[in-house]
Design a protein around this ligand. Sequence first.
Ligand code: ATP
Length: 484
Amino acid sequence: MNQTQTKRVTVIAGDGVGPEVVNAARKIINATGIKLEWEDCEAGAEVFKKGFASGVPQDTIDSIHRNRVVLKGPLQTPVGFGEKSANVTLRKMFETYGNIRPVREMPNVPTPYVGQNVDVVVVRENVEDLYASIEHMQTPGVAQCLKLISHKGSEKIIRLAFEYARSQGRRLVHCASKANIMKLTEGLFKRVFEKVSPEYSDIEARHIIIDNCAHKLTMKPSDFDIIVTTNMNGDILSDLSSALVGGLGFAPSANIGNEVAMFEAVHGTAPDIAGQNIANPTALILSAVMMLQHIGEFEAASAIENALFVTMEEGKCLTGDVVGSKGATTDAFTGAVIDNLGKKSKHVPEREFKPMQLPDVSRHPVSVFPEKRSVIGADIFIEDDCTAGELGESLKALTVGMPLLLKMISNRGTQVFPLTDNLTDCVDHWRCRFLLDEKMTDEQADVVITDFLIRLRGKHHWMHVEKLPLIDGENGFTKAQGED
Ligand code: ATP
């Protein structure tokens, strides 16, 4: 973005406390004197009530496409209007794949971590993983949610974390994953991290298992700088990290996409305190600081950050969520921050900010090009109320005369056929692994698998099939617990 040109930002005041906290941030930005034009747009409750099922009207969408930068308040989906949240619609519509959530110790906010200089950023993948919401009932009593992790999605978020680290003058990026258990999904995330991190040799890169990360983050948060992780892990970790610094009132966020960046507080509409001029605008002000850094207005960002911290250090004018019933109003707090513009805080680290380079990852859907791949069998998932032994013998009999071998059956991941001594408490959802017993083309494999499904008709009810790929000599599937 051209530094000298007046920049335009789409601003969505939102619902509940949204207008109060967004106006506070806007007033403070205006008071810095930078050239910024605000384009006011609507989304949320009133828009749903006007009959827009998404909660986001076309004018708002057009404005975001034009301006590419959004400062937004929380949005509400009123009961009885629309099924989808307008917040989610906006994130999906503009594919904001990266959710950046920094938390920092705030002066005069009582927490068990006072004095530990908590200053952590969680960079969460925001599109994939279990949150793709691809769910199916496998049997009436067994539900499944697909956990999708792509090389491309992982590369984008991991590069974003390193680029963010560079732009903020930060030195350490942890990748938090559950690669020890989910070797193909979380494992892919870890492998991409290991592949990409050497390109950022100025930044230290470490991997940590997610549960250990949660433990260490709670025990000694100052050991962390930036943590990049998958969607579900990030959801949990980022809420945990907000709690380290006093909760939602202090948690800003950025949703970053290839084209659009949206900045918002982590908290919701807080209807219990809306319209009373008592909301704490800090999270939204810090989101606005992130926005200013994103558009290259580093001086204004730093002035606001310092003024905010000075106001907190003075402790004279803090909102009710920090000091209780004698809290200052939102307006008074905002006025104090404006009065403190130009002052320096002891708590804001001196960093060298640079404009962030957005990751340049190919838009092509395919991002991995193996030399050799083939199908070596299939897992056929069967619903049945028989025993493992009965099912195994029946399936073996059905393979007679076909180039297929029943390798094993597992129940929720543990091998139960050939029979074992495991005390598995089975459910009516069986993964039956068949291997092709001769070499064949993928087309021939398709024919064999389809023929076998036809053989199952009337005997066993199958509900889904997964082919077993071999990719450059590596199994593209995991083994069951106990499988050789
Ligand atoms: P929503 O349904 O929009 O998520 P919610 O009330 O369920 O709203 P939050 O808005 O995140 O969830 O609020 C949770 C609690 O934190 C509420 O008691 C609220 O008053 C408080 N809270 C949230 N934001 C602020 C704020 N900016 N200042 C003070 N208190 C806040």
